[in-house]
Design a protein around this ligand. Structure first.
Ligand SMILES: Cc1ncc(C[n+]2csc(CCOP(=O)(O)OP(=O)(O)O)c2C)c(N)n1
Length: 326
């Protein structure tokens, strides 16, 4: 049972903490006017990000959404390069040309995302098609929100993946809202995972705030897909504790609802579990938190100190029209 394995739990905790501290630092930098544009924070959704990525092999690919920071960290990207991307510097994952929503990283097998909701799902399906044609035993993961499930691209991809038995995991992070629209108002069924049956694939709903539950479900799905049995659908129920983007004042939800979900904080609950089970002491938890916070701070400071290292217009244009070897 891996949940009793201390090294695994330490990895899981570190990933979630790095992800949370990255978002907190990003918010601080935006508020200080040091980053421009917009951003979509995923505070509260860390168990989804870490649980999924821990179940993948390095060579499995992910295609995240506009709310991509946590998945990008958990798949192995360097937070320095991520902060640099938001500062627009040439040290960024997209050399500063993309910003918060565009953080592709070939080395980490992360295709990156786009602002177009649901657009990553056909891309992930395409990667799976490539794996199948080449006989490569890796999978791709299409990550998307509850809102995206109302888009045709998601249904078309699920249908094709099923017809062609492609090695793709459809991972739906149901954080209960698409911008200000509650998923219960926009989706005609209670469990989005029930949609999987229409495309002849297994579909499960898990507690997306419980890292161990997300990990176990993803591991099972990954094993199933790698056994050549075709696609799989996971719906992870979670909650974004911040607004949709930085200008959102969250007027569409109640203080009671937010308080209910604050109690279900994935990091605090995992930490309590680790102490209760005797896997970690309180001191070890504090130490881990401190190390992670300092690591993220150092990456942000380093990126800020190099923020003016920008591409020239000519370099940027050459990259825009470069071949795929860049
Ligand atoms: C095709 C398209 N339609 C609408 C939008 C505007 N938009 C941006 S994010 C968003 C909500 C997406 O909700 P969900 O898929 O649940 O992801 P979440 O933001 O909750 O992570 C919408 C409607 C868009 N970017 N692209």
């Amino acid at each position: 049972m891996r949940d009793k394995d201390k090294a695994f739990c330490l990895d899981a905790l570190r990933l979630m903490l790095n992800s949370r501290y990255f978002e907190e630092k990003t918010e601080e930098l935006f508020k200080a006017g040091l980053i421009h544009g917009t951003t979509h924070l995923a505070n509260g959704q860390e168990a989804c990000q870490a649980g999924l990525c821990l179940a993948l092999d390095d060579q499995d690919w992910i295609v995240p959404t506009h709310r991509c920071h946590g998945f990008t960290i958990c798949k192995g990207s360097d937070p320095f390069a991520m902060f640099s991307e938001m500062f627009g510097s040439s040290h960024g994952l997209a050399k500063g040309l993309g910003g918060s929503m565009h953080m592709p990283d070939k080395k980490a097998c992360n295709l990156g995302s786009s602002a177009v909701v649901g657009s990553g799902v056909p891309l992930a399906t395409g990667i799976a098609f490539y794996f199948k044609r080449k006989g490569i035993n890796n999978i791709s993961v299409a990550i998307f929100g509850d809102g995206a499930t109302s888009r045709g691209s998601v249904h078309e991809s699920m249908n094709l993946a099923s017809v062609w038995s492609l090695p793709v995991l459809f991972f739906c992070e149901n954080n209960l809202y698409g911008m200000s629209a509650s998923s219960s108002d926009m989706i005609s069924i209670e469990r989005i995972s029930d949609r999987a049956a229409s495309y002849s694939m297994p579909g499960v709903t898990v507690d997306g705030n419980n890292i161990l539950e997300v990990y176990e479900a993803c591991k099972k799905a990954v094993d199933y897909i790698k056994d050549g049995k075709g696609p799989y659908f996971i719906e992870a129920l979670t909650y974004r504790t911040k607004g949709h983007s930085k200008s959102d004042r969250r007027l569409y939800r109640t203080a009671e609802e937010e308080a209910f979900w604050a109690e279900k904080d994935p990091i605090k609950n995992f930490e309590s579990y680790l102490v209760k089970e005797g896997i970690f002491t309180e001191e070890e938890i504090k130490e881990t938190e401190e190390k992670c916070r300092q690591g993220i701070e150092a990456c942000a400071e380093n990126a800020l100190s190099k923020a003016s290292d920008c591409l020239t217009e000519e370099e940027a244009m050459n990259l825009v029209y470069a071949g795929d070897e860049t």
